[in-house]
Design a protein around this ligand. Structure first.
Ligand code: NDP
Length: 488
């Protein structure tokens, strides 16, 4: 493996078109999850810095030309960020892995997705349209779609770049100005996007990225009365707190929260593909995914055979640093997350689930200082076990057995969450029955972990409110003005 030589530049964040260390001298340390080594420091912004970022965005919205810029021109600026991302594709992918830990081939997929998202929204910028509404002959009635104003974006650490772009690109395309806060653990690729926006010639204050903790900067951003919208992806608990803060100012929220997603395999499914994808659905990104296929439902007829093959393939996975191109399973994002997941594994053992494989940290001395965990499978899980109902957010698969369609639908829906679901069968009627009955915002048939910038993504129940991606996202990032003109 090539030694890593990435250098983190002087720690600064980006407000009002300028790089600044903010009003405090405090910083926080960034670590390489594969080694535990410190890789840099980023300023810990204060409440005052957060307010300043909001004011910069407000000024950019109201005073400068962003809001009224010709839509096609706005689209071109977004396209330029995409072009800069393409030019720096390898560097961005490595940086994501260096900071977050995931295998670099996954980071490349994330960067490619984010580039496509900028391109998609660049193209959409001049297609955000109102409607004419027939009322009476002497009245012309129509709607205008206007930007909300200043939108705040709170970004998690599991897809630091892709999830940032997922909400920033439509918000900007619609004419909003934005303040984004990356997770404290993983700010680096979003800071790069700010750099590209500056190079592309975005007016000052249109895109602001501020580094700081959720408890201080995040809280100030979402509670501030001077904002017009909040987009958040993260835990259901933090989502609730954000919604409470937003309620005080009647600020609209778009929330994409946790998941405990069913991946259901019927006996007629393509066995080999289903095994391969069941593994992929949980161990990608070391399982740190809201859309992970974390509850695997296997039909009684194939239960033991499927488990045996899945165990065999799981044990062949190459665990290692994400920057090694051969790595299939990287470290978790932090020591805390590793400990959190180990606690779930302990609880699974105590509650009587059958440990099929994994359950410990890898023995290799080269991996000892990183935040690694072996890919873990628990079988004979039930919904009353902690591991069977809570979001683990790590490389831990919980496997359930079912005998009938009615039973699996009931079991799959027996959760507070409703984000994503997978169904594996070659029976068309059966697949459609499941599509209709599963309480999930996104359903994949004979597939898993599929999302395009053009397809809506959002959750039922405690998995969130509203939809990211797809043209539907525009209905969140704009408001409608209804206009009537008396022409008599
Ligand atoms: P959080 O939901 O707390 O963090 C997500 C983002 O919210 C981070 O940027 C965080 O900032 C910020 N934040 C935290 N508190 C507030 C607040 N009060 N107001 C505004 N912003 C805030 O998740 P954690 O990082 O604590 O992870 C815990 C668990 O959450 C995971 O194990 C997983 O189960 C779930 N999770 C789900 C994600 C998803 O994609 N649905 C993504 C991440 C986590 P900072 O981290 O800088 O303090």
């Amino acid at each position: 493996m090539q030694p890593l030589t990435l250098q983190i530049e002087t720690p600064k964040f980006f407000v009002n078109g300028k790089w600044t260390a903010g009003s405090s001298t405090e910083t926080f340390e960034l670590r390489n999850p594969a080694t535990g080594d410190m890789i840099g420091q980023v300023p810990r912004a204060t409440k005052d810095d957060a307010r300043e970022a909001i004011e910069a965005a407000r000024k950019a919205f109201e005073v400068t030309s962003w809001r009224d810029m010709e839509q096609t021109k706005r689209g071109k600026l977004l396209m330029q960020i995409a072009a800069l991302m393409r030019q720096n594709f390898d560097e961005l992918s490595k940086l994501e892995t260096f900071n977050q830990g995931k295998p670099v081939r996954e980071s490349k997929g994330d960067v490619a997705w984010a580039v496509r998202a900028f391109e998609y929204w660049a193209g959409a910028a001049d297609k955000i349209e109102g409607e004419t509404i027939p009322v009476t002959p002497n009245r012309l009635t129509y709607t205008l779609r206007e930007p909300l104003g200043v939108t705040v974006h709170i970004i998690p650490w599991n897809y630091p770049l892709a999830l940032a772009v997922r909400s920033l690109a439509p918000a900007l395309a619609a004419g909003n100005t934005v303040v984004a806060k990356p997770a404290e653990l993983t700010p680096l690729t979003l800071l790069k996007i700010a750099e590209y926006a500056q190079k592309a010639g975005f007016p000052d204050g249109v895109l602001n990225v501020i580094t700081g903790s959720g408890a201080i900067v995040g809280k100030e951003l979402v509670s501030n009365p001077n904002i017009d919208g909040i987009t958040f992806t993260g835990s259901t608990e933090t989502g609730r707190q954000i919604m409470e803060a937003a309620a005080k100012n009647v600020t609209p929220v778009l929330l994409e929260l946790g998941g405990k997603n069913p991946n259901i395999i019927f006996p007629d499914a393509d066995f080999e593909k289903a095994v391969k994808m069941a593994k992929y659905a949980i161990f990608t990104n070391a399982g740190q995914m809201c859309w992970a296929g974390s509850r695997l439902f296997l039909h009684d007829e194939i239960y033991e055979k499927f488990l045996a093959e899945l165990k065999k393939q799981t044990e062949l996975m190459k665990i290692g640093p994400g920057l090694d191109e051969k790595t299939e399973l990287g470290p978790l994002v932090s020591k805390d997350q590793q400990e959190r997941v180990l606690n779930y594994i302990k609880s699974g053992r105590e509650e009587g689930a059958r440990l099929v494989t994994g359950g410990t940290v890898p023995e290799e001395s080269a991996l000892r200082n990183g935040y690694f965990l072996k890919p873990t499978i628990f079988a004979d899980v039930t919904a009353d076990m902690k591991i069977g109902c809570e979001e683990i957010f790590g490389p831990v698969l919980t496997v359930f057995k079912f005998k009938s369609v009615e039973e699996v639908v009931r079991m799959a829906n027996d959760t507070q969450f409703g984000l994503y679901a997978g169904v594996w069968t070659n029976n068309l009627k059966l697949s459609q029955r499941l599509v209709n009955q599963l309480q999930a915002g996104v359903v994949a048939v004979n597939d898993y972990l599929v999302a395009y910038p053009q397809t809506p993504f959002g959750g039922y129940k405690d998995s969130g409110i509203g939809y990211e991606s797809g043209l539907q996202a525009i209905s969140y990032y704009t408001r409608i003005k209804s206009v009537t003109m008396n022409t008599s």
